[in-house]
Design a binder for this molecule. Structure first.
Ligand SMILES: O=C(O)CCC(=O)C(=O)O
Ligand SMILES: [Fe+2]
Length: 391
């Protein structure tokens, strides 16, 4: 790493993970542990978008809530040509992207030129992860939007109805150095997600919504100061999932996502991700008419102000769904809520939501939701980055 990069990185490391001293970023020597990223276990079903219609996808995967990898869905994205490390380094050289959050929930940002130098040359156990959700509102960074399209399988986007400034964060652009990742979490507000990988490889473990959090979450005793890191999960929890005593009904669904593949993660599923090499990806969370009942109960609970606006707009544009809300028992158990306690991904941004005053303390992830995982509060939209949210 260039000395100027090193200086910037030291500052950022201290802000983004104040619990670690500078000499603790490499204490576990995971850089030398090639087992973690050498895994090839991959059991997730694949479908080919060239012979699967949108209706078939919805009936066979979205409605039953089945994770799947879709091939050839994004073959025509300009991103495959535009998002090489070399071209990104030129086009966005001096733009600052979010790589974490400080203790006050404020975004920690770094210029692209420094981040790429770091991404290619660091030996950190769990490296910083560029996870940016607000690129669409930025004059220069919004050019990223020209390079991809929401695939037609996921084109229904009901949160769009509440307005761009009011909706929770919903899209993240991500560059993940080898060994970076997102800790175990459930995406916020009952939303489902798709993740399109442009380059590199991502190792995923996915668990059914009914899996007890106590089984899946590393504790501080398991991993002092590192419990929310994706790589920690693979070190500490993954081996337990392979033991014969691990309950069959909570079996781990493992996958290696390759460039060009899109993974579909239905709402409510636990998931954890490790970048096996340098990855470039884009991910979006969505509310569709299929997951609407689950999302609605969560929106009511954790975004009351937004829920009013949402209902008002649904009455005009989707009267069928507005009527459905009268039948949904918002106190009923509609499955697991978003994860509430971790963080560890690296993607999100700390966009704070205009409705954040509505959120309970535990849901403060909204400010962090997708910034990296969503862990934090129950329904916040934290999606990535230290756990960031989506909303
Ligand atoms: O790191 C990743 O690619 C996964 C991110 C993720 O699961 C999320 O943003 O909710
Ligand atoms: Fe997620």
């Amino acid at each position: 790493m260039n000395s100027r990069t090193l200086k910037r990185i030291s500052n950022v490391r201290l802000k983004a993970r104040s619990e670690l001293k500078l000499d603790e970023w490499q204490q576990h020597n995971y850089y030398y542990d090639k087992n973690l990223i050498g895994c090839t276990k991959d059991q997730l079903e694949r479908i080919d978008a060239r012979n699967t219609t949108r209706e078939e996808f919805i009936e066979k995967y979205e409605r039953p809530g089945k994770p799947v990898i879709i091939q050839h869905l994004i073959d025509d994205w300009p991103a495959f040509d535009k998002w090489t490390i070399e071209k990104l380094g030129k086009k966005y050289r001096n733009q600052r992207f979010k790589v974490g959050e400080d203790d006050d929930g404020k975004s920690v940002k770094l210029k692209m030129k420094y981040f790429l130098d770091y991404a290619l040359n660091n030996r950190d156990d769990s490296p910083l992860y560029l996870f940016e959700s607000s690129f669409g509102e930025h004059q220069k960074k919004k050019r990223l939007l020209d390079d991809y399209d929401v695939p037609e399988y996921f084109s229904e986007d009901l949160f769009h109805l509440v307005g761009e400034h009011r909706r929770p964060p919903y899209r993240w652009w991500c560059i993940g150095p080898q060994r970076s990742g997102t800790g175990i979490h459930i995406d916020p507000l009952g939303t489902s997600a798709w993740n399109g990988l442009i380059s590199g490889h991502k190792r995923w473990c996915i668990f059914p919504p009914s899996t007890p959090r106590e089984l899946l979450k590393p504790t501080s005793a398991d991993a002092p100061r590192n419990k929310d890191e994706g790589i920690t999960w693979f070190k500490v929890i993954y081996p337990r999932t392979q033991h014969h005593s691990w309950p069959k009904e909570y079996s781990c669904i493992e996958a290696i996502q390759h460039p060009g593949e899109v993974i579909f993660v239905p709402g409510g599923y636990w998931h954890v991700v490790l970048n096996m090499d340098l990855t470039v990806a884009v991910t979006q969370n969505f509310c569709s008419s299929v997951n609407f009942p689950n999302v609605w109960t969560r929106v009511i609970r954790s975004r009351p102000k937004m829920s009013k606006k949402f209902l008002e707009r649904l009455k005009r544009r989707r009267p069928d769904l507005a009527r459905l809300t009268e039948k949904i028992d918002i106190n009923g158990d509609t499955g697991p809520r978003s994860d509430t306690s971790s963080s560890s991904s690296s993607s999100s941004s700390a966009d704070s939501s205009p409705d954040s005053a509505d959120e309970s303390d535990t849901e403060s992830k909204v400010t962090t939701i997708h910034e990296r995982p969503f862990d934090q509060g129950d329904e916040s939209f934290v999606k990535k980055q230290r756990v960031t949210p989506l909303s």
